[in-house]
Design a protein around this ligand. Structure first.
Ligand code: HGA
Length: 605
């Protein structure tokens, strides 16, 4: 989604902001822009371009000097991707510049009022109303002007404002869309994502919803949109700037798939308690008595996180014997759900900022529910809103599609399930068995990754397919769903996922030689049932790629993965299918890290 980066200090601002925008590219965007000034300059200088940051860079004139600036990557919600609709937006006099992430819900009404007052609009965006509201404010200070403008606005924003008459400052505000300040030595940064800051400073202040900040070169202060001062103590972020580099891989996706053995090791670290054959999850803020009182678990997430939640729900039901299910947060929040005090709600999001998930959390909290967060980004909005939770410690994930974060989220759910299970009826010996299984995961992942060349060859064979079917049964079904999502996201091949048990009830009609099927066939109590499905597909001349614990005769290809404990097998079975999607997309020449129409942190509805 959109990205914001801003700087005020002594350095040449344009190269700095362009580098910041490059670090935000992974979020997905369609156009970019930059506006700069300096204390001595007479006004603002702006350049905008549809397309990539490199297109913007090519348009920036040689003489484009300044020491204060804000820049933006836009992912259009209101108005097509174009030079005009790209941010920043300026008022008629060219004095006020605004970059904005989010959606202004009442933009149509505000625009109509402003047009009636004679304001001429230059773009189709909702954002532009904000510029004119600031420019027309009669307030004395820039802070008051912005505050007054925001008072008219309904909706979500992460916003940064510059004004030619107040060139010593940048004013920023947050409501529902992330804004982080980066505190430097006689220089200040702002961004919507710490990825744009970590190469400059590790000292971070994360704004809360309803908070604003003024950045000057040697000072910053935070306050509420009502004007009362807030205290903001900078925290030190751990993520290294190098985490955002490609580290010798051709794509971030490849780098992130390859990192999974280490990532899983991190999510396990310090959490296993051999003495009681359980795990410690200190951040849950849930004591044993409360844990025993849970009668249901409801997991909420979107996209890949929803699929991770589906596996999580199965693990919780199997190990803790608590009824559990997962639901897309985007649906949950709109169906007026019955919120039950004995249900534990678990919100899942890589970024911790996913708008649909955050809104579901806020609705649940308002109704008095207990909500846990399972997120990757430390200190993110969902982590702060939730009553407790677990960080999945995958490290920064830059590729738009999630791989290592998915795997770590599923492992985090295995830990939660084990923890709840051992508080309830899971035996010591089962606890021990599962802990041994968890400990084996990093080495087994490394083993799977070694088969990449073989998977690549298979992928090249399937790359020409128009459509693909993914099937799995019970534990294998969410694995099939996630694998089909991954394939469609990055290769644009149409893919469907079905429970293998449902084949005969409809999708079998599609089977023919041109429609390959990827089947998840673990060695579990359902092996024979799954083999029967393969027979049915083969009888209709369908091609089959099986992911299994041993060669499958009926399959044209089998990717053999190492066996773990039955409950944990889904964690491993998804990994070769990430590589399958990757190499299929690569063979088709796709832009893997930035698939069309998609964005990383979906911070708008
Ligand atoms: N509504 C604004 C910004 C969109 C956004 O935040 N996307 O992530 C626009 O369409 O320009």
């Amino acid at each position: 989604m959109c990205g914001i980066v801003g700087y005020i200090g002594k350095r040449d601002v344009a190269p700095l902001l362009l580098e910041g925008l490059q670090r935000l590219e992974y979020r997905g965007y369609d156009s970019a822009g930059i506006v700069i000034t300096s204390p001595k300059a007479s006004g603002l200088k702006m350049v905008k371009a549809k397309g990539r940051v490199r297109d913007l860079e090519a348009k920036v004139p040689k003489r484009f000097a300044g020491t204060t600036g804000i820049a933006h990557t836009r992912w259009a919600t209101h108005g097509a991707p174009s030079d005009e609709n790209a941010h920043p937006h300026l008022d008629a006099e060219g004095k006020v510049a605004v970059v904005h992430n989010g959606i202004i819900d009442n933009a149509t009404e505000l625009r109509a009022k402003l047009v009636a007052d004679g304001v001429e609009f230059l773009s189709e965006t909702d954002t532009e109303v904000l510029v004119h509201l600031v420019a027309r404010s009669q307030a004395v200070t820039l802070e008051e002007k912005v505050r007054e403008a925001l008072r008219h606005v309904e909706g979500t924003y992460g916003v940064a404002v510059m004004h030619a008459d107040f060139s010593d400052r940048i004013v920023v505000a947050r409501n529902g869309s992330p804004v982080v300040l980066g505190i430097g030595e006689k220089e200040m940064f702002v961004a919507s994502d710490i990825a744009a800051l970590v190469s400059h400073t590790r000292q971070i202040v994360t704004l809360e919803d309803g908070e604003m900040a003024t950045l000057k070169a040697d000072d910053f202060r935070t306050y509420t949109t009502e004007g009362s001062r807030t205290t903001a103590t900078p925290t030190t972020v751990e993520w290294e700037a190098e985490s955002y580099d490609m580290g010798g891989h051709d794509t971030y996706m490849h780098k992130e798939i390859s990192e999974q053995a280490d990532a899983v090791d991190r999510v396990l670290r310090g959490r296993i308690d051999d003495r009681f054959s359980t795990v410690h999850l200190g951040g849950l803020n849930l004591d044993a008595r409360e844990a025993r009182g849970i009668r249901r678990v409801k997991i909420l997430g979107c996209g890949t996180s929803y699929h991770a939640g589906m596996i999580g729900a199965q693990l919780i039901e199997e190990l803790a014997r608590i009824p559990a299910d997962a639901e897309p947060a985007s649906e949950f929040r709109y169906r007026n759900p019955v919120v039950d005090p004995d249900t534990l709600y678990v919100a899942v999001s890589q970024s911790g900022e996913t708008y649909d998930v955050l809104a579901a959390v806020q609705e649940l909290k308002r109704k008095g529910a207990r909500v846990l967060g399972v997120v990757n980004v430390v200190g993110s909005a969902i982590a702060r809103e939730a009553d407790g939770g677990m960080y999945v410690h995958a490290g920064p994930e830059v590729c738009v599609v999630s791989t290592k974060c998915f795997t770590n989220t599923v492992v985090a759910f295995a830990l939660l399930a084990l923890h709840l299970g051992r508080i309830r009826d899971l035996s010591v010996s089962d606890g021990k068995r599962l802990i041994e299984g968890l400990r084996k995961l990093p080495a087994q992942i490394a083993e799977i990754l070694k088969t990449e060349d073989e998977i690549k060859k298979i992928a090249e064979e399937y790359a020409g397919a128009q459509s693909m079917m993914f099937i799995g049964r019970v534990r294998g079904y969410p694995v099939a769903l996630e694998a089909s999502l991954k394939l469609k996201e990055i290769s644009y091949i149409h893919a469907e996922a079905y429970p293998a048990s449902e084949l005969k009830h409809g999708p079998l009609a599609l089977i023919e030689p041109a429609l390959p099927t990827v089947a998840i066939v673990p060695d579990d109590e359902l092996l024979e049932k799954n083999r029967a499905a393969l027979e049915e597909i083969k009888a209709r001349s369908g091609r089959i790629l099986a992911v299994a614990h041993r060669e499958q005769e009926k399959a044209d290809h089998t990717i053999v993965v190492p066996k773990n404990e039955t409950e944990l097998d889904p964690i491993l079975m998804g990994i070769p299918l990430q590589l399958l999607a990757y190499h299929t997309a690569l063979a088709m020449g796709r832009d893997i890290d930035k698939p069309r129409n998609l964005a990383k942190s979906v911070t708008v509805e």
